[in-house]
Write a protein that binds this ligand. Structure first.
Ligand SMILES: Cc1cc2nc3c(=O)[nH]c(=O)nc-3n(C[C@H](O)[C@H](O)[C@H](O)COP(=O)(O)OP(=O)(O)OC[C@H]3O[C@@H](n4cnc5c(N)ncnc54)[C@H](O)[C@@H]3O)c2cc1C
Length: 319
């Protein structure tokens, strides 16, 4: 591989951990690693990233880039691709990446693959992997274009924690013609739930089957254990529970002492949000469900038989 450009993302005044995961992937692919940090007043963050694996790091620092907008970011990334002479662009598969990466790829007439969890260089071509059919199959894709843009699943690689000989250089971006304007950031309403602080998380998935079963079956076990109730994304997408309950790549990343997954298949996007839990119990009636690969204790059974019985047993044990 020639040159790989990492688009390092910032959030709340820090480089996001997913950007360091991109460093790990770039090093695995092999080639010259360069990066770009975009924003206003981001010089120090760029220096930090350059010294931690980002390599030669371009700093697109402009008041017009102080808040994300897709047109400005597209222009900055395109300028960095030109300055770096990049063959491959790596962007995290975050909401920012979902928004800007297809536009960058279209502008470059590049091959584009979203939501990859792995990639390598095979004879100068990027060969990448992504999950399809709800995580049941892995697709291997070979990119046949001069340039390639990939978005990479958060959590797919360990974040790079070493150091490197990086440097920074200012990148000027022509923001004329940008029509999108930042208006405001709206915080989601607080629901009072903070899954990230719970010692025990009991989560329900699509297998729970009915919104009314969450307060009837999942919540009582969470309460008996003094924990909080989580959920997989389909549960939240269906409006059965608010987003604050969602565990996974587009929800909360949790690391409780005990995580109980009820009727959750174990798609990679869910696993990245809970696999670092200290002890994982999975209850699923499908013995082949991928959740069992990360479970310390697997129960192949109907959750409606096991969970209420477990709740009763916990209550009895507590007296
Ligand atoms: C960009 C992107 C981001 C995503 N982010 C997230 C995320 O943050 N979090 C997330 O969870 N997903 C996320 N997903 C979705 C993810 O790919 C899966 O679709 C989702 O995790 C599946 O949810 P599930 O396991 O509840 O449902 P399913 O995959 O449908 O699994 C349901 C499981 O329930 C079991 N079951 C059914 N009935 C019972 C029963 N009575 N007793 C026991 N077991 C039973 C079944 O055997 C099955 O394994 C994301 C996807 C994309 C593309």
């Amino acid at each position: 591989m020639g040159t790989i450009l990492i688009v390092a993302e910032t959030q709340n005044g820090a480089i996001r951990e997913t950007s360091y995961e991109l460093v790990t992937l770039a090093q695995q692919i092999g080639g010259t690693v360069k990066s770009v940090v975009i924003g206003s007043g981001v010089g120090d963050l760029a220096s930090e990233f350059a010294g931690k694996g980002g390599g030669e790091t371009f700093v697109a620092d402009d008041a017009g880039l102080s808040n994300y907008n897709v047109e400005g970011w597209n222009k900055a990334i395109r300028a960095a691709v030109d300055a770096a002479g990049a063959d491959l662009v790596l962007i995290s598969n975050t909401p920012l990446g979902w928004d800007v990466a297809p536009r960058v790829a279209a502008g470059l007439d590049a091959a584009f693959v979203s939501d990859c969890f792995d990639a390598k260089d095979e004879g100068g071509k990027v060969v990448c992997h992504r999950r399809v059919f709800n995580g049941k199959l892995d697709a291997q894709l070979t990119c046949n274009a001069d340039k390639t843009v990939l978005t990479v699943q958060p959590g797919a690689k360990e974040p790079f924690s070493g150091s490197g000989d990086g440097s920074t250089s200012a990148l000027s971006v022509d923001l004329s013609g940008v029509r999108a304007k930042f208006v405001e950031t709206k915080q989601a309403e607080s629901t009072g739930i903070d899954l990230t602080k719970a010692d025990v998380v009991v989560s329900g998935g699509r297998g729970v089957g009915d919104p009314e079963k969450f307060p009837e079956v999942i919540q009582p076990l969470a309460e008996a254990l003094g924990g909080a109730m989580g959920a997989s994304r389909p549960v939240v997408d269906a409006g059965w529970l608010p987003h604050a309950h969602q565990v996974g790549s587009s929800g909360q990343v949790v690391t409780p002492k005990l995580y109980i997954a009820c009727g959750i298949s174990g798609a990679i996007q869910h696993l990245v949000g809970m696999k670092a839990s200290n002890y994982i119990i999975a209850i699923n009636k499908d013995a082949d469900a991928p959740i069992f690969e990360v479970a310390d204790l697997g129960v192949v059974a109907d959750l409606f038989e096991v969970v209420p019985a477990l709740t009763d047993a916990v209550k009895a044990a507590k007296g």
